[in-house]
Design a binder for this molecule. Structure first.
Ligand code: ACM
Ligand code: ZN
Length: 754
């Protein structure tokens, strides 16, 4: 009996100790060794392989930054417990092994593996090291799932000096991200020195002001601050070398043929019309793109020669996204090119452009990668596709036999909101919380196992239209990068969100201590609407990530301010009210807050059917989004809206019983920079039996233009049970607007019936 008790006790102790391994991304195999290593600032790093001194030096750089000291390095076997680094060709690139006991920590691998092993060890150290620390011993065997584990940064919309980039690279390395995609050129500023074309930076990297209102707001507000900056070639070399020491490849992006206004401002001959244009001060897609004349290719080849000299990466990113074709349509040279090259149209001209650049890069032993629009008009033979508009680009590339990197907006755009917008800094829109990033699976189901091998990995992107400061960059990246790192490194079957969240709190402690900014949105309450369509009711369910914290809430309405009470079960929403809720830890400290308002009408909680389903990325699970009493807020976040692009939105609402109605209000969205336009028509039909519908009226484009995004239809109608509302989209987005030529989106958050 006593023995059994002791065994059980040891087991509990081991399980509890095992909790201490908070490595992110989670290691493939880690076994607790039931002993500890006593670590201090005197613990030596010992190696007889001089080729790994650079990895040790990068590790010591982290030690200096995070703990204020470096570990002694020796090539003579120490007498005291030590960290031994053993270079071994028996490991795959990036794989490593850690073998730990009370006397030694042995790390084996090739150079990149050793670096990742040292990072795992770094993560195993406590937040603070005061004298000696006891580190639980684990044997670890670890290797990555994907070879492209990427993080992007746009430095054109806002510029960040090299010191910030070093800090970014440290964060990437800490999470075993091995590819830094540096978006260096765009309409709002050219950011890399090119010796042969000095005006690119002296003129092209500066703008005379910046949009300060949200792009979805029709009344644009600008500051008049002369804004810009660029990296000298010397600085670029420093960044590339800093990254290399952390086993990160820097992939530069030089945008073409679109997003080229800053270059055209510097050298107007690069456009079709040759006129002077200003560096752009707002966000979107602009018509002035590179012309397809030979002098432009000459210019781009010169630029790429200097870029290739600076960046040793296998891939060079050439953009390729969002290229309006209006100027090409009106340009005699471009039209002549279409004829002489036997091209069908401007889409094939874009393909010609990319293929010509790809041939040039190939000659220089480099590979081209571009956004998924490079599929338009035919993919270049060896190009890799970065799938951003969804996963379809990645699927098409792999089916075509080409490589792809997955970075779909739905899961990998870190410029989206990660929590309730009322608690978040202004963002472009969208809703990509931590759980969604964590849930991402990079290999699309539509691919065979063989095709799946062409998916190099995944990447998150950080576009900086709304991100002016470095603190804000860190806030958008962390902790979502932690989730992404596990998506691209850890085995698919081993992913466990609950376990990830537990490990993550240890990382939060370290961010706090190290002055690294991060979002605490995970402490927020997640709202979930329960539709009780049988009783024509809705209930608000509140969830939070950490069960040790508790939720309190109150309901405010016209007549009552409410008082906070513990949340125990979903809250009935039967009147106009605002639910205010907060999570508190065991000491009562408020960790996160949310506020959710409801506007109740006859349609709230009603049964609703959609003739066509919304786009998967903007479906938010249920047609009841349109009848949940939640009016979508501006700027939009994915959660409150349904989005339709390829099919119209036709909703049939069952009011439950026959009744009289007076007014229908549709809450739609206008965010043209995100390709979301007001509908061009809204039609109302009504029925008593749900079978025979009678048209009750319609509003056309000019009515809708007058009403703006909240569209009201007034008419007294008697004895109605079913109401069908159909929205038509404007169809193709017109020239001159963001996403020109693509189908416009229609977004609706709520259909209210009074
Ligand atoms: C992109 O987000 N335009 C690639
Ligand atoms: Zn042209």
């Amino acid at each position: 009996m006593r023995k059994l008790f002791t065994l059980a006790f040891i087991f509990i102790l081991i399980s509890a100790q095992s909790q201490n391994l908070s490595i992110i991304p989670n290691a493939v195999n880690a076994k607790y060794q039931d002993q500890s290593f006593i670590f201090s600032h005197k613990t030596p790093i010992y190696t007889t392989n001089s080729n790994v001194l650079s990895e040790i030096s990068s590790f010591n750089h982290f030690m200096q930054t995070y703990y204020g000291f470096q570990l002694p390095v020796t090539q003579t076997k120490p007498e005291i417990p030590n960290i031994e680094i053993i270079f071994s060709k028996d490991f795959e690139d990036e794989a490593y092994e850690i073998e730990m006991n009370s006397q030694s920590i042995k790390i084996r691998g090739q150079k990149s593996g050793i670096f990742h092993g040292l990072i795992s060890l770094l993560q195993m150290l406590p937040t603070e090291i005061k004298g000696t620390e006891s580190i639980p011993c684990y044997n670890i065997n670890d290797y990555p799932r994907f070879k492209w584990r990427g993080m992007h940064l746009d430095v054109s919309r806002h510029f960040f000096p090299k010191e910030n980039i070093f800090r970014y690279l440290d964060i990437l390395a800490y999470y075993k991200i091995n590819t830094f995609h540096w978006h260096l050129t765009d309409d709002q500023g050219w950011r890399i020195e090119i010796k042969k074309y000095p005006l690119l930076t002296s003129k092209g990297s500066w703008r005379n002001g910046t949009l300060i209102s949200h792009a979805s707001n029709p009344s644009e507000l600008f500051d008049s601050i002369y804004y810009g900056g660029f990296y000298t070639q010397e600085e670029v070399r420093e960044v590339v070398s800093y990254a290399k020491a952390r086993h990160i490849t820097v992939v530069p992006e030089i945008e073409m043929p679109g997003h080229a206004v800053a270059a055209i401002h510097a050298y107007p001959y690069l456009s079709c019309h040759g006129k002077d244009v200003s560096v752009i001060q707002k966000w979107g897609v602009f018509d002035d793109v590179f012309c397809t004349k030979d002098t432009v290719f000459g210019f781009l080849e010169d630029v790429l020669i200097e870029v290739m000299d600076l960046f040793p990466s296998e891939y060079i990113h050439v953009g390729g996204d969002e290229c309006p074709k209006v100027n090409w349509k009106n340009c005699s040279v471009c039209q002549e090119r279409i004829k002489s090259e036997n091209l069908k149209d401007e889409s094939e001209l874009q393909s010609y452009f990319i293929k010509r650049i790809e041939t040039f890069l190939s000659k220089h032993k480099r590979k081209l990668i571009g956004w998924d629009e490079i599929l338009e008009g035919g993919l270049a033979p060896n190009a890799a596709v970065m799938s951003w508009q969804g996963i379809e680009g990645g699927i098409a590339a792999a089916k075509h036999g080409n490589n792809a990197v997955m970075t779909p907006g739905s899961h990998c755009y870190f410029d989206h909101y990660q929590g309730d917008p009322s608690n978040e800094p202004l963002a472009i829109g969208g809703f990509t919380p931590l759980s969604k990033v964590y849930s991402y699976e990079p290999i699309p189901e539509a691919l065979t196992a063989e095709e799946g091998k062409l998916i190099l990995g995944a990447q998150a992107n950080l576009w900086t239209e709304y991100i002016k400061t470095w603190e804000h960059v860190e806030y958008m990246v962390l902790p979502r990068l932690c989730a992404l790192s596990e998506v691209v490194w850890s085995p698919k079957g081993q992913k466990d969100y609950e376990d990830f969240l537990t490990r993550l709190e240890d990382h939060f402690d370290k961010f706090e201590k190290r002055g690294i900014n991060y979002a605490k949105s995970i402490y927020e309450i997640n709202t979930e609407i329960i539709n009780d369509t049988i009783n024509h009711k809705i209930l608000l369910k509140l969830n939070q990530a950490y069960s040790k914290n508790k939720i309190y809430y109150k309901s405010e309405s016209e007549n009552s301010k409410g008082t906070f009470i513990p949340y125990t079960s979903p809250i009935l929403i039967d009147k106009n009210q605002t639910i205010k809720a907060e999570t508190r830890d065991d000491k009562g400290k408020v960790l996160g807050k949310i506020e959710q308002s409801f506007s109740v009408s006859k349609s709230t909680g009603a049964k609703i059917q959609l003739t066509h389903q919304p786009a998967k990325s903007y479906s938010h699970g249920s047609p009841h989004t349109l009848t949940d009493g939640i009016l979508g807020r501006i700027p939009w976040n994915g959660k409150e809206w349904l989005g339709f692009q390829s099919h119209p939105l036709i909703a049939t609402i069952d009011l439950g019983k026959t009744q009289n109605i007076e007014k229908i209000v549709a809450h739609t969205l206008k965010a043209e920079a995100s390709w979301i336009h007001l509908p061009s028509k809204m039609q109302i039909e009504v029925s008593k039996d749900g079978k025979k519908f009678k048209k009750a009226g319609e509003l056309n484009a000019s009515d809708i233009a007058k009403s703006g995004r909240i569209i009201e239809f007034h008419k007294s109608i008697k004895n109605v049970r079913y109401v069908r509302i159909s929205f038509e989209s404007i169809g193709k987005i017109p020239a001159g607007k963001s996403g020109a030529g693509h189908n416009a989106w229609v977004f609706v958050s709520e259909i209210q019936i009074f």
